[in-house]
Ligand binder design. Structure first.
Ligand code: TYD
Length: 204
């Protein structure tokens, strides 16, 4: 018997919002609930993802267009090798960033968000649900400073303000929602898990 398709859920938010921790906790909790689930992180491990990580560390020496294309090519591989096979095998996929990150982060560099979205939707399946972990930039920067000591070139205050504003412009759409990420991690986890389990039940 072919398994039922898994759900595709994307966690989004500005740097310091806590989504990587939450993605791992969600997968563990879904498995405890008897679901099969997996998380993938973008940028990934392709040659394009590795080039992007070099850019994060050494500072931006590429144009916004080049940056968008590197994310797009990295994502194309992630979709083909990871996301689509997992969904087809009946596993729920929790993305630790997905194409809305390109829309808002490269959009905040001046590229047209709608153009970025169109290019991405041509190569990547739409999520069943996108959850934006929303919090004020001040709190996010404080968390980054506490955990790592220093922010990278994606993490300037003004840039993140613009990214947050762009994210919040999408919440009127169906299947794109915010969760208050300024709460304690346990409360954020409960909110995310509750919402995803609703979706899992509805898809049965
Ligand atoms: P991430 O791995 O979430 O950062 P960290 O490991 O520090 O938690 O993402 C790295 C950076 O990449 C982040 O600042 C956002 C940026 N990014 C884009 O600009 N466009 C994209 O499409 C993606 C997926 C990430």
């Amino acid at each position: 018997m072919t398994p039922k398709h898994g759900l595709l859920v994307a966690l989004e938010g500005i740097d310091g919002c806590g989504k990587s921790t939450q993605a791992h906790r969600l997968v563990a909790a879904l498995v405890e609930h008897g679901e099969r689930a997996v998380t993938f992180r973008e940028p990934g491990d392709s040659e394009f993802g590795r080039e992007l990580r070099r850019v994060f560390v050494e500072g931006r020496d590429i144009t916004p267009e080049e940056e968008m294309h590197l994310f797009l090519e990295d994502r194309r591989i992630d979709v083909r090798d990871n996301i689509e096979p997992a969904i087809a095998a009946g596993r729920h996929v929790v993305m630790d960033r997905y194409y809305l990150s390109s829309v808002v982060y490269q959009g905040a560099l001046g590229l047209d968000p709608l153009m970025i979205r169109a290019k991405n939707e041509a190569i990547a399946p739409r999520p069943d649900l996108t959850l934006i972990l929303d919090l004020p930039v001040d709190i996010a920067l404080r968390r980054i400073a506490e955990s790592r000591g220093q922010a990278n070139s994606f993490e300037g205050r003004e840039y993140l303000e613009k990214v947050r504003e762009l994210y919040l412009g999408f919440v009127d759409e169906t299947a794109i929602e915010t969760v208050d990420a300024s709460e304690e991690p346990d409360a954020v986890h409960d909110a995310l898990l509750g919402r995803i389990l609703q979706l899992v039940d509805a898809a049965r």
